[in-house]
Design a protein around this ligand. Sequence first.
Ligand SMILES: [Zn+2]
Length: 347
Amino acid sequence: MQALVLEEKGVLALRDIDLPQTVGPDDVKIAIHTVGVCGSDVHYYTHGAIGPYVLRAPMVLGHEAAGTIVEVGENVRSLAVGDRVCMEPGIPDLSSRASKLGLYNVDPAVRFWATPPVHGILAPYAVHPAAFTYRLPDSVSFAEGAMVEPFAIGMQAATRARIVPGDVAAVIGAGPIGIMVALAALAGGCSRVLISDFSAEKLAIAAAYPGIEAVNLKETTFAAAVDTATRGWGADVVFEASGSAKAFEGLFNLVRPGGAAVLVGLPVDAVRFDVAGAISREVRIETVFRYANVFDRALELIASGKVDLKPLITGTYAFKDSIAAFDRAVEARPTDVKLQILVAEEG
Ligand SMILES: [Zn+2]
C-alpha cells in the first residue's frame, strides 16, 4: 500500500510499505479521506525526533484523519460500513490502571500514530479500534473531521481550566494550538479571550473570530494588555500555548488571585518557573498532554456551528503531492494555519 514514509530525518518518500490490515474483532478498517499536517509530523521530518521519541526506522506520518468505514470487526456494534468517521490517534491499553481512571492519554503503554515506532495513517487505509473511532454528524465534512484532533487539544485545555461562564482568558501564542485553545475557551463560556503573539498575520487569523482579541507583542506586553482588560485583576485563566521558555517569565503575574495557569505548549529546554509568584496568588497549575474523552464534545460543538474550524484550513494538497505539502509546512508561513492532504479523490 502506498504511504507517505519518513525514511530518516529530512527524507520523505511516497512508496509502497506493508501496513497491518488485519481487522480484529473490536476494530474497524477505514478508507482514509483527509489528513491534516501537524507540527509534530513536520518536526519529525526536520529533526528526526521529539524529546524521547526518536525515529530509528522508516515511519508513516500523519495522525489527524477522517475517512469512511469499509469493514467492521465481529464485535463492533456502534459503527457500520459506510459511516463517515474521524479517529483518535492514541491507542491505550484499556485494562491499564491509567485507562481505568479515565486518564488513558497518560497510559505509559499508549501507542500514538506517527510517534516512533508507531506508523501514522498517511495511506489509503488504516485499521483502528472502534472505541477510538467517532462517527461524523452529517453536517461535519471530512475536512472538519480531520480538524477534530488538533481541536481536541484545545478542548482538553479548556476542560482542565474548569472555565466558569464569563471568565476572561489569556492565551500565549497564536499558532494553530493557541487558536484551538482560544476557540475551546470561548465555547466553554469565556466572555473574552485575549491572545498574544509577535506575528500580526497569526493574530489577524485568530482575531477574525468574535470574542478573540489580538495583542501584538511587538507593540505592548501581554501583562499590560491583560491589566487593562481586567482593570488590574488578572485573567481568570492563562493558557501557555507557545512552548517558549520566555513565556514563563512573568506568566503567573497574568493570572488573577486564585485563577488558573494551563500549560499546553511543550518547551524544548528546561524553563525557569516563578514558584513564589504562583504561590503568592495561589495559582492553580494544570498541564495538558494530548486529550482524553473530548472527541464527542468536540464533534458536538463543530456540528452545532458553535465552533467553526473551516477558516483555519488554509491549504489542501492531493495525496501525490504530500511531500510538497510537507515542504510548504516546513516554511512555517504565518498565514498557513492547517494544511491538509486529500488521500481519497472522491467527495
Ligand atoms: Zn496533531
